[in-house]
Design a protein. Structure first.
Length: 482
């Protein structure tokens, strides 16, 4: 018997959760449910994360969370329960199988069986944002070596456990050479550890276009957080309905399973909603907790139900469907078919090998030899028609150690020296101080001395960013035009 924490959520949540629990019970799942309250009611009671302290205690005890969708109240001050849960519990891997069930569910893509594995904690979702000037806001994109190695190994381990043939990586490293570049180079490095699995990389824009056009060419796709967030919804939708998507969020110690859709408030309380997304999430949970036979039994009964044309309103189509059912009627139809396999769709077989908890690890890096070779000083400057040459002349008076002004960029484009007068300039200037060849190491005292001089000259420093070499390699991007 495995203890699990269950939250029924808001809107259609309680109905689809009751249906899912009923099916699991009928299939003989050995689970003991602890129910907690989350969502709208809890937010409105004053818990800004949407979860009360006693709910966290249950999760810490069971470490397995089956969660129905919630309604996030409108207005400010409410933190996303999903983001909080993922980060608090270290759920770094989001797994979303996106499969089409042609001809039983209408889809433009009859052959589609893709698993999207999305990094769940980093990237632009670190939530570190600042307004820096009147005109400019920024969001920090953090891609780490441990986070990247863990998710990419997870992707390959998942492919291995489920007998999948290929892992694809999407990044935008032609533009973001350091951050997405780290993701891509880590992918290439880890792929070598799995010679039996094919690996490939696409730039995310053309990769996304291909995924939407010919999903049959993809198998497992691993991506940084933002691309994965967007593309996993696209992939689920093109299988026929987001209502069919279930997802797992896996960490080293904890895991959370859910439907990918929201609480569909307009459908609440009417016994109409499709419980399939949550049920498919629960099936992943059963595999995770070591009950693959029960998972297999439910999955095959569910496929048979789909195939028999017993559909909820969102999938019902004259000529294809045979019977329109509500949430509870659908649960009963799945229960009736427990022990049966689909006749046309491929039956599922979860072998003992798929019961292992999949994990990705990272190798600890040897610290590199790190040399400070310069500093980018960011200024909020609005003077003299925003003429970069005027700013350049002011800054050329300041030197400290080997550092003098080499370059000014505006939104990343070189505007000094020898900029193009056509370049549009905002009030946000990145001023790069280094030695001529960016090769003379110095100390942070030079950064402090420069900052002091610049501040005393009446200029407004927004922030500074150290420029370092790691084992001699540049640890920063060059300005466009540098
Ligand atoms: P939604 O997913 O709730 O609904 C989108 C559309 O899909 C609606 O037309 C809805 O009727 C339909 N739909 C969704 N699930 C269905 C199901 N199981 N069966 C049949 N039809 C289904 O998205 P939304 O309307 O943008 O959001 C509603 C609320 O859900 C918001 O408060 C949002 O913040 C929240 N939300 C929560 C989660 C989560 O808890 N994981 C995820 C997304 C949205």
């Amino acid at each position: 018997m495995t203890n699990i924490t269950v939250a029924k959520g808001d809107g259609i949540g309680p109905e689809i959760m009751d249906a899912t629990l009923k099916i699991m019970e009928a299939a003989g799942a050995e689970i003991k449910v602890e129910t907690i309250d989350i969502g709208e009611k809890v937010y409105l009671q004053g818990h800004s994360s949407g979860m009360a302290p006693e709910a966290w205690e249950s999760l810490r005890r069971t470490k397995v969370f089956l969660k129905a969708p919630i309604t996030t109240p409108q207005g400010g001050g409410y933190k996303s329960l999903n983001v909080t849960t993922r980060k608090t519990l270290g759920l770094y891997a989001n797994v979303r199988p996106c499969i089409s069930y042609h001809p039983y569910v209408a889809t433009k893509h009859p052959v589609m069986d893709v698993v999207i594995i999305r990094e769940n904690e980093e990237d632009l979702y670190a939530g570190i944002e600042h307004q820096q000037t009147d005109e400019v806001t920024q969001c920090l994109k953090l891609i780490t070596q441990p986070g990247t190695e863990k998710i990419i190994r997870f992707g390959f381990e998942y492919a291995k456990a489920y007998g999948r043939k290929k892992v694809t990586c999407f990044t935008k490293d032609n533009i973001m050479k350091l951050t997405d570049g780290l993701f891509h180079s880590t992918f290439d490095k880890v792929a070598k550890e799995y010679p039996d699995i094919e690996s490939e990389h696409w730039i995310v824009d053309i990769g996304a276009a291909k995924l939407a056009d010919t999903p049959e060419n993809f198998d497992v796709i691993v991506m940084p957080n933002l691309y994965g967030d967007i593309l996993s919804d696209v992939a689920a939708q093109i299988t026929g309905s987001v209502g069919l998507g279930g997802s797992a969020n896996i960490g080293a110690e904890y895991a959370m399973f859910e439907a990918i859709h929201g609480s569909a408030p307009r459908r609440a309380g009417q016994d109409m909603a499709n419980p399939s997304g949550l049920l498919l999430g629960a099936i992943q949970m059963l595999v995770y907790i070591g009950q693959p036979q029960v998972a297999q039994k439910i999955h095959n009964a569910w496929l048979r139900t789909m195939e028999d044309g017993v559909h909820t309103y969102d999938l019902f189509k004259e000529g294809v469907s045979t019977k329109k059912v509500g949430t509870s009627g659908f649960a009963d139809a799945v229960i009736e078919r427990l022990g049966q396999e689909p006749q046309q769709l491929a039956p599922i077989a979860y072998s003992a090998g798929t019961t292992h908890k999949i994990q990705g690890h990272f190798d600890k890096l040897e610290p590199a030899k790190k040399d400070l070779v310069g500093v980018d000083i960011f200024l909020h400057w609005n003077g003299e028609d925003r003429d970069p040459n005027v700013l350049g002349d002011i800054l050329s008076k300041f030197t400290s150690g080997p550092f003098s002004i080499q370059l000014i960029t505006n939104r990343g484009v070189k505007v000094y020296p020898n900029g193009n007068p056509e370049t549009f300039c905002t009030d946000h200037w990145r001023c790069r101080f280094t030695s001529k060849k960016m090769d003379q190491p110095s100390s942070y005292n030079d950064v402090l001395a420069l900052s002091k001089m610049i501040t005393e000259a009446g200029l407004d420093i927004i922030k500074t960013e150290n420029l370092c070499r790691f084992n001699g390699e540049l640890g920063f991007s060059l300005g466009q035009g540098q």
